[in-house]
Ligand binder design. Structure first.
Ligand SMILES: Cc1ncc(COP(=O)(O)O)c(C=O)c1O
Length: 376
């Protein structure tokens, strides 16, 4: 039996458990844009409700046209899903994968989806001593091993069923690969003929680093994107992937019909048009994150990782039980993510979303008190 995966943002369950209304919880455990959802998205969703008497457009035509324009790519290269999680779950089956390397510690649904599809998984992990910088050399070691396999004639077709899964910027570490490192990986992937799946759920916070503009240089590259985080609509479920049209077509054949509802499609179209919201959000995040990081760095014994996303990973002083801190903050209505629930995180650490300034300040004060209490 597969264990259920652990995620942040479980507000309904926790509100029930804590005996308090959802509105009284401050959720730092799921990383949403604190400025969203924007009024234009909310308005578009309201307006779309009347259209719910019909089945939604099965192919999300309007949204795909808008995405194609946004990224200057063909509509046929885009597949929209009921959240990127749905797409993550169909990829292993659609590509008939046999073996995968997950670059961790990272989003647990990669491993979950791969395991239920019967794919053999290994992982290479970023480590605390290198401030969770992406483990580039370990990725290359795996690719070098796969290259040897691909060089032996009899097993060559097998390598087309191997895939590397990585998230950029990564969660929970907040770290991003450099364009140079990504180019090196893509070059190797092209030589070998394996798949490269890059999850860009948080790339809207550093959009110039997206691989979408060069996806055509690697026919076996699939890029996953999500509307959830940047547009703050986790309850709507909207994501998409970008890849070669033939590959996209074959993945699409594994999707159930009408998986993306009408309201979600309308929200996506409105989101892409609202460039003012995008600019305001990026400006806000740059400033608020810098202040939050500076406040966190003042906490004794706390190590703050650099972040290119809308959250930050903080390592707690050695010996502190991160699960205990997580529980005590929760009692105060402050939900954070215990990073030790991610496979590959060995040190006590928390992932904290960057929220509105007053909320960030409240969390820093609560964390300071809680750490002081447990350390005596
Ligand atoms: C890295 C990463 N990728 C994908 C997802 C899934 O996003 P979606 O809401 O689009 O299914 C999440 C959700 O937490 C995530 O953290």
């Amino acid at each position: 039996m597969n264990q259920p995966t652990i995620h942040g943002g479980q507000v309904y369950q926790l509100a029930k458990q804590l005996g308090r209304p959802v509105e009284t919880l401050l959720d730092f455990s799921a990383s949403m844009n604190p400025l969203g959802p924007s009024t234009s998205i909310v308005r578009a969703m309201h307006d779309a409700v009347n259209g719910c008497q019909h089945y939604p457009d099965r192919h999300s035509e309007e949204l795909r046209a808008q995405l194609a324009q946004e990224h200057t790519i063909l509509e046929e290269s885009i597949l929209v899903g009921n959240g990127s999680a749905e797409l993550i779950h169909i990829i292993p089956k659609a590509l008939a994968l046999r073996q995968a390397c997950i670059v961790g510690p990272t989003f647990s649904e990669f491993e979950h989806a791969l395991r239920i599809a019967g794919v053999q998984c290994t992982s290479v992990n970023a480590v605390s001593t290198q401030r969770y910088a992406p483990p580039i050399e370990k990725i290359h070691d795996v690719l070098a091993e796969w290259k040897l396999v691909s060089a032996s004639d009899d097993r060559k077709p097998g390598i087309h069923r191997h895939a590397v899964f990585l998230c950029n910027p990564n969660s929970p570490t907040g770290r991003r690969l450099s364009p140079r490192d990504l180019r090196r990986i893509i070059k190797r992937v092209n030589q070998i003929g394996c798949w490269l799946i890059v999850d860009e759920a948080f790339i809207d916070w550093c959009p110039s680093y997206s691989l979408i503009k060069d996806f055509s240089i690697c026919p076996r590259l699939i890029i996953l994107r999500s509307f959830t985080k940047f547009f703050a609509i986790p309850g709507i479920r909207l994501g998409y992937l970008v890849g070669e049209p033939v590959v996209v077509g074959s993945i699409q054949s594994h999707l159930p019909p009408w998986s993306v509802n009408h309201v979600a499609q309308a929200a996506g179209v409105a989101a892409l048009k609202d460039w003012r919201f995008k600019q305001r959000s990026l400006r806000y995040m740059q400033q608020a994150r810098a202040v939050f990081l500076a406040q966190l760095r003042m906490l004794p014994g706390v190590r703050v990782m650099p972040s290119q996303a809308n959250f930050v990973m903080v390592e707690l002083p050695p010996g502190v039980d991160s699960g205990g801190i997580w529980g005590q903050l929760q009692e105060q209505g402050l939900l954070v993510r215990d990073c030790q629930t991610f496979s590959g995180v060995m040190e006590p650490a928390l992932r904290l979303a960057v929220r509105l300034r007053r909320d960030n300040h409240r969390l820093v004060q609560a964390l300071k008190r809680t750490l002081k209490n447990v350390q005596g």
